[in-house]
Design a binder for this molecule. Sequence first.
Ligand code: ADP
Length: 408
Amino acid sequence: MNAADRTPALVLVLNAGSSSLKYQLLEPDSGTVTADGLVERIGEQTSIITHEQDGGQIVEELHLPDHQAAIAKALELFAAKGTDLADANLCAVGHRVVHGGRSLYRPTLIDQHVIDEVARLAPLAPLHNPPNLVGIEAAQALLPDVPGVAVFDTGFFHDLPDASARYAIDRELSDKYALRRYGFHGTSHDYVSHAAAAYLGLDYEKTNQIVAHLGNGASMSAIRDGRAVDTSMGMTPLEGLVMGTRGGDIDPGLLFHLNRVVGMSVDEIDQLLNKQSGLKGLCGENDFRAVTEMIEAGDDNAREAYDIYIHRLRGYFGAYLVELGRTDVISFTAGVGENAAGVRADSLAGLEAFGIEIDPERNAVRSSDARVISTDASRTTVLVVETNEELEIARQAQAVVSAGAHSA
Ligand code: ADP
């Protein structure tokens, strides 16, 4: 064994959006994060890179024409901080890929077939898969000796039962065009549900769980005996809960009306539903903290936005509690779920008859550790669990690479 083999393996996790790139360098075994970065406004006149390493932060404004330039700049900043990634014990680059369709769901070593497949699936996730691919190709160009692993946001929901995955529309049409519920945020639901079972010392395969991932995007999942059986997001991330800028469930008839009566084009409706709806559409702010401040200042629209947000959440809790029958654990996660005690209390208030009772004092505790917020008498244990999608991607990427190394 040489010295490099003894240093803990590192994974570079990349999450490439249309004009942004998030990256993290971490040790999957310990979870230790070496560096964290965000590049914004890629392709615009002035891009911004924020790189954090060793307790210090570098912020630079410069023109980064594309994702390859953004990754090259990140590598330069790593080197400036004394970490030459070409020389570090980097075992994989883990890529968040949003849509794997029906064919790609397990974390997968990236080869030409995977690239072609992710490109073929682009119509199912036009805002996400193309930039994910650009990230993959840029990493291949800059770190050609490091294997890339794709981890799919849809993967955790691959085995949804047909009753929850299939839309009640013409069967031939949905089969021909692969129209079904795929679900998203799978890496987070996977990580949090495993962390919840581990924290409570429960056997994952025998535990029934609900996970509420409430961030800018929001989704809920129902997990029976360790298998995802339902999720609020659909063929695209537009379905389900009220989110920052997406409204979630809506009568499709409203869209015909917007087109035929209001005269909006399909692209305008797309923009409306993806960018101008949800909390933003209802009260002008998509950031939950800003909405909370508006409520405190007496803004009626913000109050109503909150009420709609909670109403939808309770509807999904109700559906999933009935679907699961026995629910052992409910976990709240992501920015809102981890921090907004009021949302947790309001969305599960008055459910004592269902065996759910929140303890106000426990719920008020602020901590980054997993914690119970239900009373000891509550039949369902309610938790707050911090999500960590990067760590999950890093672990899955490392597992794929080491399985390949062992079978080789
Ligand atoms: P994403 O990863 O989907 O971009 P996050 O999981 O970071 O989102 O969640 C972002 C959301 O969490 C924002 O709406 C933000 O306002 C909200 N949030 C963060 N901190 C708090 C807090 N202390 N109280 C209420 N909401 C918060």
